[in-house]
Design a protein around this ligand. Structure first.
Ligand SMILES: Nc1ncnc2c1ncn2[C@@H]1O[C@H](COP(=O)(O)OP(=O)(O)OP(=O)(O)O)[C@@H](O)[C@H]1O
Ligand SMILES: [Mg+2]
Ligand SMILES: [Mg+2]
Length: 477
């Protein structure tokens, strides 16, 4: 089968922990991560006989905010039900979730496809459910293993958002997750910094073949990697005449591979039935009172209007709430320059150091001073990057010593005019007659090599445009 006929079909089930103070059906604190196992538990989340769940209204309010922001239809009523399964991560032997009457239906998310065109991905539904406990598998094959159970997480409110099978590549899946994360962050219902706060089941098939579900992937990068691996595996299997079976697979983060886990349960295995201990919730009226804040797409459009910046910059800057807020505090030094310094340079430098934006945001005035040095041509762009790196290294080491201006001073990076480099330029031209000859013979770009050499020699203190002009003047255009 030709490759172009092997169309990839992807649908995601995304579980996000709602950032409420207490659990979904009891008063236990949801802020458990720093505490010892099984210290945030009570008869309700431990499923002791006779304990009754009481619904956390805040969780429903948060979920409705998400549903409204994602353009869903909200039915009159939502109903909790029991999904029965027997596994130690759930004490009750059933999970309280929602079945045929979820909180929200339909809705959509706008992303870009791999060609950069806008694409609408439809949602099937959104519902609320309780998170199960956490299992920690100890030991290895040789030593005989055992499993520890921590119920601190059991009962934390989750929303599950299910997309239609409309995604066509791992990159699209990643963009959808980024958009979703940004939206939830803007709504202030979710904290992406918390470990395990988002978990994805990724469903993938090749058109005309069965689908496979990769369960419980806990990072965006992991989703993209797992899907990429599955596409290759499934396509190879089909090419060899093999058959894809409907199954659940697990993703090994370290190896970047997936392995078969078990054949898929069907809905009937779970014996869903309405939860008798909780009333039906009337949500349609509730949602009317919910007021939404400015969301990522609206902010992106405003940034383009208000600051006159390009769409790619506006998209990057609004793709993360804290980044967007930071940009707005910096933009007055020059909106376009600030956008480019943050989106094209700062983000990469932070990622490289595994640093968070908050460290820089705490020193916003100094960061602005650095951009002003570049804006006012006190230093070149190249020197600016060097100053930024030194400054970030200091921040990262937790021992901030110098301001950008002091770094410029100490490293002697102040920009000098092209004239002071005339000697160096002449020297490098004399040493590279071939490049000069190529240029004279009309070869495009032959002088770039010379400019590069001069930049190297002058350690970024010269402006490439000025140097270019001087060379052109010396060798003749
Ligand atoms: N042919 C397909 N190829 C890829 N993905 C698909 C295909 N058909 C459906 N999907 C996706 O599979 C997911 C189905 O999720 P849903 O929660 O409805 O059912 P489930 O996986 O059977 O149940 P569970 O919640 O127990 O995992 C959706 O994200 C949907 O887009
Ligand atoms: Mg599901
Ligand atoms: Mg599923």
């Amino acid at each position: 089968m030709a490759d172009e006929e092997m169309k990839v079909i992807i649908g995601l089930e995304v579980h996000c922990q709602l950032d409420t103070a207490s659990k979904l059906f009891c008063g236990c604190s949801a802020d458990f991560r720093a505490d010892a196992p099984n210290t945030h538990v009570c008869p309700v989340c431990l499923g002791l006989p006779g304990a009754l769940p009481v619904l956390n209204k805040k969780a429903i309010e948060y979920a409705l905010k998400v549903a409204k922001a994602l353009n869903c239809t909200i039915p009159e009523e939502g109903e909790f039900c029991r999904k029965n399964y027997f596994y130690p991560d759930l004490v009750k032997a059933y999970q309280i979730t929602m079945g045929d009457n979820p909180l929200a239906l339909g809705g959509y998310i706008e992303i870009e496809d791999d060609a950069g065109n806008p694409k609408t991905v439809n949602l099937t539904r959104i519902h609320v459910e309780e998170d199960p406990g956490r299992l920690v598998h100890m030991g290895n094959k040789e030593r005989g293993h055992y499993t520890l159970v921590d119920y601190n997480r059991s009962g934390i409110p989750l929303i599950e958002m299910v997309t239609e099978p409309e995604l066509s590549s791992p990159k699209e899946a990643r963009r959808l997750l980024n958009k979703l994360r940004a939206t939830l962050e803007y709504l202030d219902v979710f904290d992406p910094e918390k470990e395990g706060s988002i978990r994805v089941d990724a469903n993938i098939s090749i058109k005309g073949h069965e689908r496979v579900e990769i369960k419980n992937i806990s990072s965006y990068k992991g989703v993209e990697k797992a899907l990429t691996f599955e596409i290759t595996r499934q396509k190879n299997l089909i090419r060899r005449g093999g058959i894809i079976v409907r199954e659940t697979r697990h993703f090994q983060e370290g190896k970047g591979t997936t392995t078969s886990a078990r054949s898929k349960e069907t809905a009937t295995d779970y014996r869903y039935f309405p939860e008798p201990d909780l009333p039906v919730i009337r949500v349609a009226d509730w949602v009317k009172d919910i007021v939404l804040p400015e969301l990522p797409d609206a902010r992106r459009d405003r940034f383009m209007q208000q600051y006159g910046i390009a769409v790619n910059h506006a998209r990057t800057l609004t793709g993360d709430l804290r980044l967007a807020e930071f940009y707005e505090t910096v933009a007055d030094v020059g909106a376009a320059l600030a956008a480019s310094w943050i989106a094209d340079i700062l983000i990469g430098e932070l990622n490289y150091r595994d640093m968070s934006l908050s460290a820089v945001a705490a020193h916003t005035p100094e960061f602005k001073d650095l951009i002003v040095l570049v804006r006012d041509k006190k230093i070149t762009d190249k020197a600016g990057v060097e100053v930024l790196r030194v400054w970030l290294d200091d921040l990262h080491a937790g021992e901030k010593k110098e301001t950008p201006a002091q770094i410029v001073e100490r490293l002697g990076l102040a920009r000098e005019s092209g004239e002071s480099f005339r000697g160096i330029v002449e020297h490098i031209l004399a040493a590279n007659p071939q490049a000069v000859a190529d240029h004279k013979a009309g070869k495009k770009g032959a002088l770039n090599f010379i400019v590069g050499q001069v930049m190297k020699e002058t350690k970024g203190k010269s402006d490439p445009r000025e140097i270019h002009a001087m060379i052109a003047e010396l060798v003749g255009e």
